[in-house]
Write a protein that binds this ligand. Structure first.
Ligand SMILES: [Zn+2]
Length: 348
């Protein structure tokens, strides 16, 4: 089969012909149709130690069709269209059993790092990871829904706890996850203040429903947010950029009782410095604020996200698609922050 293979740490992805992988009793073999491509993959393969053995095929926003199942598999059959959860978990620990599988105590890495992923014609995935795609949702929509739309579902609902009437700041609002965060925050009833840089991404955020759009290049993010909220600040600030500057600005933009949600990750290995920000404990306590780390989603949240897509409550914003063999070029565009909305590889 054709696959984009990472032969060693730091190497570019290379198109290779490799054997179709074999399944175990609890796995399914998926014929990949579409695989999303975003910064998560770019950062994962550029971070030393994340991928423990090479060669490795990356890619986790997978949509495809089951073509073979192991002897123990019960919940999907040949022909089922599926997408996948991103984490390789045990299913048995206290976190897995309470719907918080992203905190699994026996975590085995991610799809595309702990096992081969979807930048290939076929991928083997554990049954536990699979989420059937409902009729009426395309493969392209489902691939993106499994991370770029599902992550906002968890962040807005479980972490930011957005209620109707809340003011919500979203940084990085025109990116692959951000553009769906804007829509999800609105769906939860929020008035969305989108912060972005670059006319194309700002325009996209506006087009996808942001109530206000802030040009982050102008600086003074806190001042701009306060000016749009009668100096009160926002009830929730969701930071997907997560540099020292945006983290500090998101905290500074919070209204009393406000929730700050951190989703972005800008590791030193990729971006040159480790981000940090300062919390004044007295102010933080006095204003009864909260800081949440939002870590992906559980399987049930992916299923609910797919329902939202099916019923047209959320639009999958995939502005650019590429053939599988152009994965490296897509990664280069992502590194340059040059893609508005999500990008995806059309595999077969
Ligand atoms: Zn577990």
């Amino acid at each position: 089969m054709r696959a984009m293979v990472l032969e060693q740490f730091g190497a570019p992805l290379k198109l290779k012909d490799v054997p179709v992988p074999k399944i175990g009793p609890n796995d399914a073999l998926i014929k990949v149709r579409v695989c999303g491509a975003g910064l998560t993959v770019v950062i994962m393969i550029a971070t030393a130690g994340r991928i423990k053995s090479f060669p490795r095929i990356p890619g986790h926003e997978i949509a495809g069709e089951v073509v073979e199942v192991g002897s123990e598999v019960r919940t999907v059959t040949v022909g089922t269209r599926v997408t996948s959860h991103f984490y390789l978990t045990c299913g048995n620990c206290r976190y897995c059993r309470s719907g918080r599988e992203t905190l699994c105590e026996n975590f085995r890495g991610n799809v595309g790092s702990g096992c081969d992923g979807g930048y290939a014609e076929y991928v083997v995935l554990p049954e536990r990871n699979l989420v059937p795609i409902p009729a009426g949702v395309t493969d392209l929509e489902a691939a993106v829904a499994s991370d770029a739309i599902a992550t906002p579902y968890h962040a807005c609902h479980a972490e930011a706890q957005i209620s109707p009437g809340d003011n919500v700041l979203v940084t990085g609002a025109g990116g692959g996850v951000g553009i769906h965060m804007v829509q999800m925050a609105r769906l939860c009833g929020g008035r969305v203040i989108a912060a972005e840089v670059g006319e194309e991404k700002m325009e996209l955020a506006r087009a996808m429903g942001a109530d206000e759009v802030i040009d982050a290049r102008r600086g003074e993010l806190v001042k701009q947010v306060k000016a749009l909220t009668e100096e009160r600040g926002v009830d929730a600030a969701i930071d997907m950029v997560a540099t020292s500057e945006t983290l500090q600005a998101c905290l500074g933009s919070l209204a009393p009782g406000g929730r700050m949600v951190i989703i972005g990750s800008k590791p030193k290995s990729v971006y040159g410095s480790e981000p940090s920000f300062v919390v004044n404990p007295r102010e933080f306590m006095r204003q009864a604020q909260e800081i949440h780390g939002s870590r992906y989603v559980n399987n049930a949240e992916i299923a609910r996200t797919l329902e939202l897509v099916k019923h047209k409550r959320i639009k999958a914003v995939v502005n650019r698609t590429f053939p599988l063999e152009e994965a490296e070029q897509v990664h280069e565009l992502l590194r340059k922050n040059a893609i508005a909305g999500r990008a995806a590889l059309i595999v077969s």
